[in-house]
Design a protein around this ligand. Structure first.
Ligand code: ADP
Length: 160
């Protein structure tokens, strides 16, 4: 059976920390599906469709990476995809507290699902989407934290 992992997140924006988790996940799974959660209540900073496109470009060389958007419970989305693993990154104890609860609920909703946590690579641990949003909002360069071209992202953003 194909080992499919769903990597769920807001990815607002997708960072080099996220890229690292995907690339390391590919050593464990046959396919990694990056699922951008479309939570109607949470207003995004970077639009969903633009982010999807930038993530697809980031992994254009990897045939076993797919990007989807979803508006449903993560556990139900995983089941529909035939994914029996959830992939998540752990940076610190705050992440752990949060992830611990979510993974229990996901098992409650979908018994066959196993969440696999990868500890962040030390160089990438301080990177968070929320810090990048703050830096970007005030005109600071954030290119070093992103695995794709920010100018292209801005251009697509303006076109859309
Ligand atoms: P969510 O809104 O679901 O927390 P995020 O997009 O913030 O979504 O993060 C998705 C996943 O990526 C989470 O498991 C998070 O802990 C992990 N992650 C975020 N930043 C990093 C990083 N720098 N290194 C490793 N994992 C990270």
């Amino acid at each position: 059976m194909k080992r499919i992992a769903l990597f769920p997140g807001s990815f607002d924006p997708f960072t080099k920390g996220h890229e690292d988790i995907v690339l390391r996940g590919l050593r464990l799974f046959d396919e990694v599906v990056i699922g951008i959660g479309n939570n109607a209540i949470k207003k995004r900073y970077f639009p969903l469709d633009v982010m999807k496109e930038m993530i697809e470009k980031t992994f254009s060389e990897q045939q076993n990476v797919r990007v989807i958007t979803y508006d449903d419970l993560t556990a139900h989305t995983a089941r529909e995809l035939g994914a029996t693993f959830l992939l998540r990154g752990l940076r610190n104890t705050t992440d752990f507290e949060y992830e611990n609860g979510i993974s229990q609920v996901n098992r409650y909703l979908y018994e066959e699902i196993e969440t696999v946590f990868l500890i962040t690579s030390p160089m990438l641990a301080p990177i968070s989407s929320s810090i990048i949003r703050d830096l970007h909002r005030y005109g600071q360069r954030v290119d070093d934290f992103l695995p794709y071209s920010l100018s292209e992202l801005n251009r697509l953003n303006q076109e859309g």
